[in-house]
Design a protein around this ligand. Structure first.
Ligand code: N01
Length: 536
């Protein structure tokens, strides 16, 4: 006779930022909650994306949680934009300090989850090991858990070392004396490129669509700074939670066309010097909403590229012309443009002449074969929906999530899907475009309260069809009010699903602002989750 699967109140899938926050708050609310993760340690995205140069592009105080105070007091950051290794160490510290580690099963890859209406529970199946059941299932799989390889024929024939930034080997890859090819220039490719340039004998960078890169250094955090942050942390957190993009930055007073051309240049220059997302968020308030303002920022960055890159033809090739600033998620560079001045670094335009195939010796582009010992793909992710649609999530009446979303993503606030009772999503599609720890923490706290209410009142949480319709319209309406919609379509942005061949083009994030989103979540709570009670 087969044994009954182990049962828990809640199963939390994933042990990265989201999984740790949700698990902590569910345990604190008295649930019997268990975390499962396919990896062998906590960290999620930060555990697997360990390529050289990986670091956050958010200032350190807001790339962490405000809970609990003990962790804030004990944890010390060392650089303004912490390295991936330091972020990973923070997550491991958090998991150990809060005792979460004892509630997580590692090496447990979920392949299927199916809801039984009759039993009122989810059965979760794994690639190996026994199945489990739960009353509440929470997906914390992150937005970037489904890496994509480039759709170029011949990949399997490559005789050298083939790598993806999202699956970087530990302890690393020997590059000295080797010729390296790099495909992909989003945030990952832009971070790894200067280090590949530093360490290799020759580097070929294969560029399709250039990006607007905001350059930045990463100054050390002093003891005084850390002490000040600890003293004022509650205010920092409050300001970040009130900001549309979840950052502790001041919303500028003026639009880009409300000042003279010279004043505009000076403001752009001062924030360019400050570096990183300060340029995007603290220059003018309309860079994300007015195409003219976004084009002013674009032209400023093009002028910087011309200043930094010595070869005019390379500078021009690096300058985006087909879309304006904010059309793609803005990447931070650390010596990115300057690295093109090194004599052994070669930029190859694969927009005009696309890559034909991977051959054993390297990459064939038109009549020329570029030799590579190592080929690095920084080619991105099937973002937002990919982690949820590549496994079988089967809801009421045998409805499969992947099929339900084939005609368009539908959620209530990105948290719940009609037809999938007692399934909650952390960072589901249609949640805010933001510095992520802020919506992750607020979402985890919302979930703990919602599930407590559901448990205490014996109700099932499931988005109503009407709420999904409302939220889809809100996502569309607010998205169309930004430049991301049209410029993102031109740029092939992942937040529109435009980077995945065959994927439906639709806005996968909420662009209406994190603070507005939180008000909607609060309203749902005040209404005792009426829009999450499809079953009466
Ligand atoms: O991926 P991407 P990413 N031939 O999709 C190219 C987060 N993140 O991993 O633009 C040639 O942005 C593709 O070219 P094109 C952050 O949210 C954060 O870099 O389609 N090129 C593009 O250049 C970020 O937005 C940090 O023409 C091909 C690249 O691959 C998200 O992750 C660090 C190709 C993919 O860029 C994704 O970033 C890293 C082909 N056949 C990542 N196929 C932080 O700093 C694809 N490309 C916190």
């Amino acid at each position: 006779m087969s044994e009954e699967p182990a049962h828990h109140d809640c199963i939390v899938i994933g042990a990265g930022f989201s999984g740790l926050a949700v698990l902590h708050h569910l345990l604190a609310a008295g649930f019997d909650a268990v975390g499962v993760d396919r990896n062998d340690a906590v960290g999620g995205t930060w555990l697997v994306n360990r390529y050289p140069g990986v670091r956050t592009d958010s200032d350190f105080p807001i790339y962490s949680f405000s809970f609990p105070v003990a962790v804030r007091e004990e944890w010390t950051w060392s650089e303004q934009y912490p390295t991936g290794a330091e972020v990973l160490a923070y997550l491991q510290f958090l998991a150990n300090r809060l005792g979460l580690i004892d509630h997580i099963q590692f090496g447990r890859e979920v392949v299927r989850a199916e809801y039984s209406e009759h039993a009122g529970l989810w059965r979760v199946d794994f690639a190996s090991g026994p199945s489990m059941t739960c009353t509440y299932l929470v997906s914390c799989m992150g937005i970037l858990d489904a890496p994509m390889w480039p759709d170029i024929p011949g990949r399997d024939t490559f005789a050298g070392e083939l790598l993806h930034t999202a699956d970087w080997p530990v302890p690393g890859v020997e590059l000295a004396g080797r010729t390296v090819g790099l495909i992909g220039l989003g945030s990952s490719g832009i971070q790894i490129m200067p280090l590949l340039a530093r360490d290799s004998a020759a580097l070929y960078v294969f560029q399709r669509e250039p990006n607007y890169v905001v350059e930045s250094s990463f100054p050390a955090v002093s003891a005084e700074q850390m002490a000040h942050i600890r003293r004022t942390y509650d205010d920092i957190w409050r300001r970040a939670a009130a900001h549309p993009f979840g950052v502790d930055m001041v919303i500028p007073e003026f639009g880009a066309d409300e000042v003279s051309a010279e004043r505009r240049r000076l403001i752009f220059e001062s924030k360019w010097q400050e570096g990183g997302h300060h340029f995007a968020n603290e220059t003018f308030h309309d860079l994300a909403t007015d195409p003219r303002a976004s084009e002013h920022a674009a032209e400023f960055i093009r002028s910087k590229i011309r200043q930094i890159v010595h070869d005019p033809a390379t500078a021009e090739l690096l300058s985006p012309r087909r879309y304006s600033f904010n059309g793609k998620r803005v990447p931070t560079g650390h010596g990115y443009y300057a690295a093109y001045n090194l004599p052994h670094v070669h930029l190859v335009d694969v927009r005009t002449t696309p890559i034909d195939e991977v051959v054993p010796a390297g990459l064939r582009v038109g009549a020329r074969t570029y030799p590579c010992d190592v080929l690095v793909c920084a080619t991105g992710f099937d973002a937002m929906t990919g982690p949820l649609t590549r496994i079988d999530i089967v809801g009421r009446d045998g409805r499969v999530l992947r099929e339900a979303w084939r005609t368009g993503v539908r959620t209530n606030l990105g948290l719940s899907v009609h037809g999938f009772p007692n399934l909650l999503l952390s960072l589901g599609p249609q949640t805010p475009y933001s510095n992520l720890p802020v919506p992750i923490q607020l979402g985890a706290q919302w979930m703990a309260r919602a599930l407590t209410f559901a448990r205490d009142h014996q109700i099932v949480l499931e988005a109503t069809a009407q709420s999904e319709q409302w939220w889809a319209e809100e996502v569309e309406r607010t998205g169309r009010a930004t430049v991301m919609y049209e410029e993102g379509a031109k740029a092939g942005a992942w937040f529109l699903g435009a980077n995945v061949p065959g994927k439906r083009r639709e806005l996968l994030v909420y662009m209406g602002g994190g603070q507005v989103y939180q008000q909607h979540c609060m309203q749902a709570e005040l209404e005792q989750y009426r829009s999450f009670r499809a079953q009466g």
